[in-house]
Ligand binder design. Structure first.
Ligand code: SIN
Length: 283
């Protein structure tokens, strides 16, 4: 579509675009916001460069799209209950978000969108990859799509975290003291193929990071298909890659994408502020 208020520069064929000529530190008019919202639906991942955003402004921008949510596993920034800091220090060898996933797909109402703002980035490395889960669905055979249409996935916050999420994450120097020990394991059942509530398009909603099994099937029965779908979903032609700069804000639609924070910058520091929006119950 043609946008009047700004220019849109696609990042890749599958998804992702840079929005040029918008200053998010200022209040946006309705037409400008409506076009950004349309660009978000059209491109699934939007990248705004050279922004100067306080946590307050980040929350304010996110609030135009919906209700900012409180992340259950990490303490928020003092005074900003909806903002968490994601920090990897020079000492850390693990990172946060280093596996393909859709944010909080283990909650009954998983995050609709995520707004990630870069404060400090490594000289090179630390990019985030995104994949288009609708394209992944559309590129399966019709017989596979039909079978998946009826499956329910069981998603757990404890998947891949032996000994608990907080215990694993405590190994991260940058996240020390930020994990909320008392948080329960969250498990939620969601359709493996979800219908985007705003566009009506179908997309895969399953991941190696969070999906343990299909409802009514054992883990052993389910895992081979979960592994296949997880690999299929991240075929290079379904993805894009964002290179961060300080002041970059990226906004992604968790209802139809997955993302992966690359951990290829040991010895360097990366610090981001993150806001997520409460989503609806996937159908
Ligand atoms: C996340 O999974 O939300 C973190 C992504 C990133 O740090 O690039």
């Amino acid at each position: 579509m043609a946008y009047q208020a700004f220019d849109v520069k696609p990042i890749a064929g599958a998804l992702g675009a840079e929005i040029l000529g918008v200053d998010l530190s200022q209040d946006l008019g309705n037409q400008e916001f409506d076009e950004i919202h349309q660009a978000f639906l059209d491109n699934k991942t939007l990248c705004f460069r050279d922004q100067s955003l306080t946590p307050d402004r980040q929350v304010k921008f996110a609030s135009r799209f919906g209700q900012p949510d409180i992340y259950p596993y990490i303490k928020s920034l003092p005074g900003f209950p909806e903002v968490i800091e994601i920090l990897k220090t020079e000492q850390d060898t693990m990172n946060f978000g280093g596996g393909w996933h859709s944010d909080t797909s283990y909650l009954p109402q998983p995050a609709m969108g995520t707004f990630l703002y870069a404060l400090e980035v490594p000289d090179s490395g630390g990019d985030t990859l995104f994949t288009n889960m609708q394209l992944a669905y559309e590129n399966l055979s019709s017989a596979m799509r039909e079978m998946l249409d009826d499956l329910i996935g069981v998603n757990s916050s404890a998947q891949n975290y032996k000994g608990g999420r907080a215990a694993s994450m405590k190994k991260l120097d940058g996240m020390k003291g930020k994990f909320i020990e008392s948080s329960e394991v969250s498990v939620a059942e969601h359709p493996v193929v979800r219908i985007h509530p705003e566009t009506g398009h179908k997309g895969l909603f399953v991941s190696r990071a969070h999906t343990t099994n299909f409802k009514g099937m054992s883990v052993e029965e389910s895992q081979p298909l979960i592994q296949f779908l997880s690999d299929h979903a991240v075929r290079p032609e379904f993805t894009c890659r964002v290179r961060w700069r300080p002041g970059t804000l990226v906004l992604w639609d968790n209802r139809c994408t997955q993302h992966f924070a690359l951990n290829d910058y040991n010895g360097q520091r990366r610090r981001m502020n993150r806001v997520t929006l409460r989503g609806d119950r996937p159908v």
